[in-house]
Design a protein around this ligand. Sequence first.
Ligand SMILES: Cc1ncc(COP(=O)(O)O)c(C=O)c1O
Length: 364
Amino acid sequence: MARVFNFSAGPAVLPEAVLVQAAQEMLDYGGTGTSVMEMSHRSKTFIDIHARAESDLRELLAIPKNYKVLFMHGGAAGQFGIIPMNLLGGLNANEARADYVNTGQWSKKAISEAKKFCKVNVAASSEDQNFTYAPVQSTWKLDPNAAYVHYTSNETIGGVEFNWIPETGAVPLVVDASSHILSRPLDVSRFGLIYAGAQKNIGPAGMAIVIVRDDLLGNAMPITPEVFNYKVQAEADSMINTPSTYSIYMAGLVFQWLKKQGGVAAMEKVNIAKAKLIYDYLDQSEFYQSPVNREDRSRMNVPFRLRSEALDGAFLKESKAAGLIELKGHRSVGGMRASIYNAMPVEGVQALVAFMRDFEKRQG
Ligand SMILES: Cc1ncc(COP(=O)(O)O)c(C=O)c1O
């Protein structure tokens, strides 16, 4: 059976070489006679898999020594509540406040979860223009007494990406980097905490990776469950309970693959080229339209509309028949969305643009 080009926003395409290796190792990992899925998380074999995944991630993102890397349960949305629980513990309920920047559906969800734990100051928002841009820093109204500042550096649904890192002085900066982590180099030292759900650029869904600065550990609210307590998990190498062993293994294979591609700087070049192919085509076309402010367009998630909504059904049906799947935009935005993560080969984007050109010619 032929593989298709999968433009899903997540769970998303994984590198084919990684899937092939996982398939080869499924029944017998490294001569152990068992699958990684069947292996004790306390076994030396798995501890080595885990340690290598962490050290490869550290190398890929040049993570400084004073940051912990945690592999956690509950996806990125789990972190929406886990973050306030861990960062606000030293404060009483009336004092606890945090700044949030509202740039789309994922920021909104993070905000509504945070409101269960603290007072939220929405420091900036792009809701006035239907979340089609990243508010420039000069418009942010930060609270100097906030425990942290949270933003979403790539809005997966709206296709808005920050190509700059906000400046928050002594207040720790927290970022949801779920949908573009590892797609470009990142100066980790600018952040207090970086988190990402795995199912876009890392591996299987359900796991979140958290990169947290040491000084932010140990401030958890007493109600924080042990499995969601950063300090407890850091001290236990993310194994206070049984971790998502197979997800960690798959993430490790993706990290090895990324290193073979030349790391995140090399990946960024490819991602720029892929994004340029599709945006250049959109910009010269009168049939398709990109709703996002040019400077803030995501390299990973490309929403676009057809000249008429009435053509959406035909576009989706025909693109699927051509082996290009999951192009339907999120219901809150409408139209189409092509997610072109690290694992989407340039041939996939070329095939998409060729299909779009052909569709335009036939309908336009
Ligand atoms: C930016 C962003 N944050 C959070 C999430 C939620 O992730 P999860 O479903 O792993 O909880 C997503 C999911 O697509 C996302 O794109």
